[in-house]
Ligand binder design. Sequence first.
Ligand code: OGA
Ligand code: MN
Length: 294
Amino acid sequence: MAITVTPLTTHIGGRMTGIDVRRPLTPEEVKAVDAGMDEYAVLVLPGQDITDEQQVAFTRNFGPLQNGANATLKRPELRLDPAFADVSNIGKDGQKLARDDRRRMASLGNRLWHSDASFRVIPARYSILSGRIVVSEGGNTEFADMRAAYDALDARTKAEVEGLITEHSQIFSREQLGFTEYLSDERAMMKPVRHRLVRTHPTSGRKSMFLSAHIGGIVGWPRPEAMSFIRDLIEHATQPQFVYSHKWTQHDLVLWDNRTTMHRVRRYDDLTLVRDLRRTTTKSDGPTAEQEAA
Ligand code: OGA
Ligand code: MN
């Protein structure tokens, strides 16, 4: 099958056909996906009716897996294998999560613009999200191009962001939504990590801004000054010309490069409808910055 990619917007997103994710990929197919990701940062592969095992096997082509499971849940509580981030609104029993369920509170963080696992020392490379059950109203996933956003900064701002180091933690993203209750050991697991604000993509050489709702400070800056600057940058970076909004069709497989994009989910009626999306994730090459001494 010939592989084709059709651009979805001016800057970001491509629709890729000609790959069957249920089968092992040839080295040429892996190269084509990587090349598509380097160019478009987000790829939509429609019509991929896959099992969890097929999704994991496909993901392994693109680097070591990043564990996706909510670290605060114990193994028997997980609906999916711990390799997966469970991006659904249902529990292990298949029932919708109650309005005040802690898991639901935590997943509401996905409504803020973020880059997956930016709260880890080695953050994510690709996220691979499979639409098993999708909703027809709301629930779009939006992606913003952090390369185009960087390119569009004025020279003064480019110079200002160049050497900056930010601090990321899930505590900071949840705090924005007023979710501040933690179990005894949770806070310790969420110690902030440091990342460069400007990253250079290893293959394309393009610079991008590493922004995320998980950011809670800039090293050496007063916190309010840091947070207002980060807010301005996120506002700049998520203007409509940098964004692709994905409306889900069942069996879409959507891949994005967390090094060069941010994403968020839009509201949907999660107390009435079921939405079952499953994410696998690969790790990027290494830390982007030195960590604070322990
Ligand atoms: C994710 C995520 C958004 C969505 O899978 O990392 O943020 O559309 N999902 O549910
Ligand atoms: Mn996410």
